[in-house]
Design a protein around this ligand. Sequence first.
Ligand code: FES
Length: 143
Amino acid sequence: MTTEQAASVLPHLTGSFRSVRTATPVPAPGSSAHVEVEGHAIAVFNVGGNLYGIDSACPHRGCPLEKGRAESGQVVCPWHRLSFDLTTGAVAGGPGLLRRMSKPVTAYRVESADGFVTVLLPPSPRTVDSRNPVPGLTPALAA
Ligand code: FES
């Protein structure tokens, strides 16, 4: 079975990314939520009705970034004031040396599906395996 055939069986497999629905309701405008999906801890922000997702853990000391204040396309870490671009995850501001030493966070594409947070994730070997592209099917059935 090809990846394209698997995509027809798994409608949530789109292009090179998978749309993974979570059980977390979409946060209200101006608020945020913490989402755990397939080993990714993601801070989800609703800014004026637009959803943004970045790694939850601040790369400095691990503060949950969903506790930060999101405004002007950035979130400010409440512990030591590093800020991150909500679209790219790049370091956008903060105290001098801390800013220069910090690594960016991963940005995720997040959407709403029936009021629940959906995260687009790249395919993983566990779900797109050329020998068994459909989880739950035996290789003999998938061939
Ligand atoms: S933990 Fe985020 S800036 Fe220090």
